[in-house]
Design a protein around this ligand. Sequence first.
Ligand code: BES
Ligand code: MN
Length: 465
Amino acid sequence: MASLDSVLTCIDLNLDQSLGRLFELLRIPSISTDPKYRSECRRAADYLAGDLAAIGFEASVRDTNGHPMVLARHEGPEGAPHVLFYGHYDVQPVDPIELWNSDPFEPVVTEGPDGAKRIVARGAADDKGQLMTFVEACRAYKAETGGLPCGVTILFEGEEESGSPSLLPFLEGHKDELKADAALVCDTNMWDRETPAISTGLRGLVGEEVVIKAASRDLHSGYYGGAAANPLHVLSRILGALHDETGRVTIPDFYEGVDEVPADVKAQWDELNFSEEDFLGDVGLWLAAGEKGRSVLEQTWSRPTAEVNGIIGGYTGAGFKTVIPAEARAKVSFRLVFQQDPEKLRENFRRFVRERLPADCSAEFHPHGGSPAIQLPFDSPWIAAASEALSEEWPNKAAMIGMGGSIPIAGEFKNQLGMETLLVGFGNGDDAIHSPNEKYEMTSFHKGQRSWARIIERIGRGVAA
Ligand code: BES
Ligand code: MN
């Protein structure tokens, strides 16, 4: 225990330095989805590999068809477990840029309404701040003890925010290097400021871009109006038909593979004392818009969705232009739960669109990733070990929660490498990930480091399989 105490003290004493390192990483605009930032993604990978090598990991940057992977390895004591830590160095685009109070890639520390310090930058919470909590815990361990309490392989990818297209082939191609006793992921939230959380489920995701094509060119909306098909109308009618008046998705077979949450899990969720009013109130809303008769926790954790993420088409510039556009497009995503099959759903959606097209219009589809939901076993010894360690650090014991977001690769650690995944994160619901003014609480960054030090120390003492 003496060594864990000195590691924790080392973390406390070096908070400013660790913040400086996080700032360096946050200054790199590693937006994976936009080809303009390709070299910045590589720069982030190089930075991380360099930092891990400086700690004493055997670290390298590995090329893929997309953005590179960072792979680093450090052996643990003889006989101790070995873990694979996964995180992503890519970030979401910053638009609408005019809503940021400061440059998204010039991190600043500000004070929140509660007076607490927060780190503001794109990627502060998702996922650079979170992944650095683990790196800093390893750094402090090495500095204080000369080693790590368990074996650690670190895998950072740069395409999580675009569906992780290169990761599955990478897992398949590097099984020997990546195989470990369990995967650790730091890309999820706490339950509240005082209560750490272990996420036991994540929703899956299917992304689709649909382009509706009508006339061979943009048309004068007076000369042709009334006669020519308007693809914006066609598109909006189709998108509007995705839900019925009870909020259910109307795509045939959509609910195939969707189960009800077991009674004991529901009972646990009830004990969390979740406030629907606060959850929606925090973002200026008060009416749960999803399926009627379902709680907000069900709507976000255990029910599937269809969401339109963007609609593009026609004249949107200054002033006014009377035009019937030749095409209209939308970006649509579906969150999946339980056993829903991503590719079946994609096909069913495409059929749903095609069946609603006028005969002289056509539709084109562009896939944007697909991953199934994951559900982790509640009785996993990894969860028990992490929960024990987290309870030493935080005022409240760890909550077992669901998470509405997706980490596309999470299920593949089990499928490809036969490993359990442990989802522990220190984000907060108001971190504004994917939004302007994304932030990470300083306490998340600080106590997140301390939490990981405790967790790897606990794992080092052995986890009964
Ligand atoms: N870190 C998030 C997942 C998440 C969201 C965790 C909310 C906790 C709360 C992750 O980086 C993410 O945003 N994933 C994307 C994946 C997609 C773009 C392929 C998502 O869920 O939309
Ligand atoms: Mn993330």
